[in-house]
Design a protein around this ligand. Structure first.
Ligand SMILES: Nc1nc2c(c(=O)[nH]1)N[C@@H](CNc1ccc(C(=O)N[C@@H](CCC(=O)N[C@@H](CCC(=O)N[C@@H](CCC(=O)O)C(=O)O)C(=O)O)C(=O)O)cc1)CN2
Ligand code: MET
Ligand SMILES: [Zn+2]
Length: 765
């Protein structure tokens, strides 16, 4: 019998109940008991939804109040001294690690642990620092607790845990650790904790565990055969039967050692990498390792083509037998919204294309049933829906297709080289040395969000809404005048989100009302969905930028999200390559950039924070991606004259490996995340002789902490030692939308004072 499994489920809860209770706990408006009660009821709701969908193997232990990797560190007792010493209770210590804690009255001021992008997704994990002297102890067995909790509800689950090698590969290394320290060297110290945790599960009667090892899809894991052997030979004897998962990519050559591990089953991501099936089946055939086929995508929102998935699964069944094959999702469903059923504004045709977490559970169940000889009514309906979808996909916008086909080399380049442009821009913009600016957004206050909510519900008119946004822009301009910034922004009040906002205005997208997907902690986004060819029916941002410019003599920076980032933070269509979708977006943005320039906007920022995140996980796939990604940016920004200053922004700046591509973007000015990286990143820019202008963020905006003036001066001084002072721009790390006005004013006043000091005190060429 083929069984169905789900690897993990969204944590937000129906009606965003978890987000609401967590934020209300932080604000002091809900008690820890209320928080835990809601968490318990959301866990129940999740288990029951998955079970009612007909899924056989239901996950537990992957629920989290903030982040699953953070849970592991906390559960393993890895609590750095700066948090442990705060005398906080367990829950507050945990949240302090995730988001920092500042309580001036009590003299508490601890920054959060750093966050990092989880594989190539927009989800962030919290990376607790580890050092050679890090000790592990089993603080609490979350997997066991959740297993028992579900069992009490009559639901038997498969506990989920990160494997030790993936865990150590994802955590951070402490700043105090020696340069050559690798957290993976802690493996021998960590293993006893895993043994203890897994043997407790076995002792409690758990039959089967899911050990997530997504790190297996990276090139570097191919060298880790002996580590994997050591870990699983140690764990297998004390653990329930083990299924190892390998989400987000292909296992590649690692199959050579995976096939001899003492495990029950190996899971494959067949959504991303269906081609790996044959090779893996051949390797597993002569072993007693079973296979779990990740056929239902955990990364997109499209209805699974169940017939095609069944055909792939039948291949496995005929090679190995139905006793050795299970079907599942390609990854946890955490990257998808919870249910299509709550969407009221999509047409029935659009709804028939989509499958969110709940529907994906139904799909895995229907797939297993079909493989066991019972094609359900859902299976039949699916066949019809997929056929209708294929029919829809045959339609295209020939004007858009023709325009993409006629993209020329010339359209990918600015008219003159940087040095020439720079002179033209200097005259046009008239900025001082060490010019100060911000990354675009100002605080998205409750009032702004409420005004938008009222407008969406029809409680205020379009005119009233636009008036309210204009008042916000006026406020942002007054604020910047008062603080003394040089290059202004309009503050982005009119944007619900930097990607969704553009999706809503472009042809070719649809969007949800409640399709929330976790980005980090309690922060969620509603990624728009690309369904057909993309074009721009009319200007998207010009009226707001032009209005903002009309209020001041200071130059106003136009603000757009770049093609690669719009695509990466949307759900892309599956019938057309990402390259084509990105180029279509780039052409739409190119027109917007030209319109902004024609409206008198002299500096235009095209944000590409997701360009690094979209980098394929295997090096062999990098070149192709980098070529179209960089070309897309160039296409979107090259339609303007030399005197328009093109900015770009990257807040995920792990650029070491891809620097030449960053250079090839040829933006006049870039701002990068640098406040946490110890300025090491700047050495990379130096060593490549980067000559365009650059604003390494002088403070971290992810925490409410206010940076001191001296602290910013020190950073500027350090930066001017590495890069030519003439090329430096002074800005924060990222946009200020998640911050409050008070701390924003204090921080930016210190930033302006530090820049003024730099103008007179730091040598410029
Ligand atoms: N797409 C995307 N990815 C990104 C980023 C980003 O900005 N966008 N930044 C990086 C960090 N990630 C982030 C992700 C989300 C948020 C964020 O602030 N999200 C907001 C929601 C933003 C939003 O969609 N706002 C809408 C809806 C807001 C809302 O909840 N409205 C209330 C009503 C209003 C009220 O009473 O407050 C409701 O619907 O119930 C709006 O402003 O219109 C949140 O979780 O709270 C920040 C950073 C990386 N990835
Ligand atoms: C995640 S990058 C954010 C860039 C955007 N312009 C902002 O300031 O919010
Ligand atoms: Zn940013």
């Amino acid at each position: 019998m083929v069984k169905s499994a789900v690897l993990g489920y969204p944590r937000i809860g129906v009606g965003r109940s978890m987000k609401k209770i967590i934020e209300s706990y932080w604000a002091g408006n809900a008690s820890a008991e209320q928080l835990q009660e809601t968490a318990k009821s959301v866990r129940k709701e999740r288990w029951e939804t998955i079970k009612n969908a007909g899924v056989d193997i239901i996950p537990s232990g992957e629920f989290t109040l903030y982040d699953q990797l953070l849970d592991h560190s906390y559960n393993f007792g890895v609590i750095p001294e700066r948090y442990a010493s705060q005398q906080l209770n367990g829950l507050d210590t945990y949240f302090a690690m995730g988001r920092g804690r500042q309580d001036k009255a009590k003299g508490v001021d601890v920054v959060a642990c750093e966050m990092g992008k989880y594989f190539d997704s927009n989800y962030h994990v919290v990376k607790v620092p580890h050092a050679p002297n890090t000790e592990f102890k089993l603080n609490q067995n979350q997997q066991l607790a959740e297993y028992e909790e579900a069992k009490a509800l009559g639901i038997i689950t498969r506990p989920v845990i990160f494997g030790p090698i993936t865990y150590l590969s994802l955590v951070a290394k402490s700043r105090e650790a020696p340069a050559d320290f690798e957290p993976l060297s802690l493996l021998d110290k960590l293993l006893p904790v895993y043994k203890e945790l897994l043997s407790q599960l076995k002792g409690a009667g758990v039959e089967h565990v899911q050990i997530d090892e997504p790190i297996l899809v990276l090139d570097k894991a191919e060298a880790w055969g002996s580590e994997y052997k050591k870990v699983y030979e140690a764990l297998a004897p004390v653990a329930p039967k083990i299924t190892i998962t390998s989400s987000y990519g292909r296992v590649g050559k690692s199959i050579e050692y995976l096939k001899s591990l003492p495990i029950y089953a190996l899971h494959l991501d067949l959504d991303r990498e269906p081609k790996q099936l044959d090779e893996v089946l051949a390797a597993l055939k002569s072993t007693d390792i079973n296979i779990e086929l990740g056929l239902v995508s955990g990364r997109n929102i499209w209805k699974t083509d169940l017939k095609a998935a069944k055909a792939l699964a039948e291949k496995a069944v005929s090679e190995l037998s139905s006793e050795r094959v299970n079907v599942s999702t390609s990854s946890s469903l955490l990257h998808t919204p919870i249910s299509v059923k709550v969407e009221k504004k999509l047409t029935s045709e659009q709804l028939s294309w989509l499958s969110f977490a709940e529907e994906k559970c139904e799909e895995v169940a229907a797939l297993a049933q079909a493989l066991n000889g019972k094609e359900s009514s859902l299976f039949e309906q699916n066949t019809k829906d997929i056929a209708a979808r294929r029919e829809f996909e045959r339609s295209s916008d020939s004007a858009v297709r023709d325009r993409v086909a006629s993209i020329s080399e010339e359209m990918l380049s600015r008219k003159s080289p940087f040095a020439t442009r720079r002179e033209a821009q200097k005259k046009h913009l008239n900025l001082p040395k060490f010019p100060t600016t911000t990354i675009g957004s100002f605080p998205q206050t409750k009032e702004i969000r409420q005004a938008r909510a009222k407008f969406t519900k029809g409680e205020i008119t379009k005119e009233e809404y636009e008036k309210a946004m204009e008042a916000e822009i006026q406020n942002a301009v007054d604020f910047q005048t008062k603080v003394g910034l040089d290059l202004f922004v309009h503050g982005e009040p009119e944007r619900n989100d930097m990607v969704q906002y553009f999706g809503e205005q472009l042809n070719g997208f649809i969007f949800t009302q409640l399709g929330w997907v976790q980005s980090y902690g309690s922060r969620y986004v509603r990624p728009p969905i690309v369904v057909s060819d993309v074009s721009r029916p009319s200007p998207m941002t010009v009226r707001w930028s032009a209005y903002a410019q009309s209020l001041t003599d200071k130059p106003m920076k136009g603000m757009l999200t770049g093609p690669v980032t719009i695509l990466n933070w949307s759900f892309p269509r599956a019938d057309v390559s990402k390259e084509v979708q990105s180029k279509q977006l780039a052409l739409a943005l190119r027109d917007e950039v030209v319109d902004l320039a024609n409206a008198g906007i002299k500096a235009i920022q095209v944000d590409e924070p997701a360009i690094r995140e979209g980098l394929p996980l295997r090096k062999a796939d990098w070149d192709n991606y980098l070529t179209w990604a960089v070309d897309s940016f160039r296409l979107s920004t090259s339609g303007v004259g030399d005197d328009t200053q093109v900015h770009s922004h990257f807040c995920y700046s792990d650029f070491g490996d891809i620097f030449p591509s960053i250079q090839r973007l040829d933006a006049d000015v870039i701002s990068i995340e640098a406040s946490k990286a110890d300025l090491k990143l700047l050495d990379v820019f130096k060593s490549y002789g980067y000559s365009n202008e650059i604003g390494p963020g002088v403070y971290d905006i992810h925490s409410p902490r206010v940076p001191g003036e001296q602290e910013i001066k020190d950073r500027l001084e350090a930066m001017a030692k590495v890069l030519p002072a003439d090329n430096l721009i002074v800005n924060p790390d990222c946009g200020l939308k998640t911050r409050g006005w008070k701390e924003t004013e204090e921080s930016l006043s210190n930033l302006v004072a530090a820049a003024r000091w730099a103008r007179s005190s730091l040598v410029t060429a």
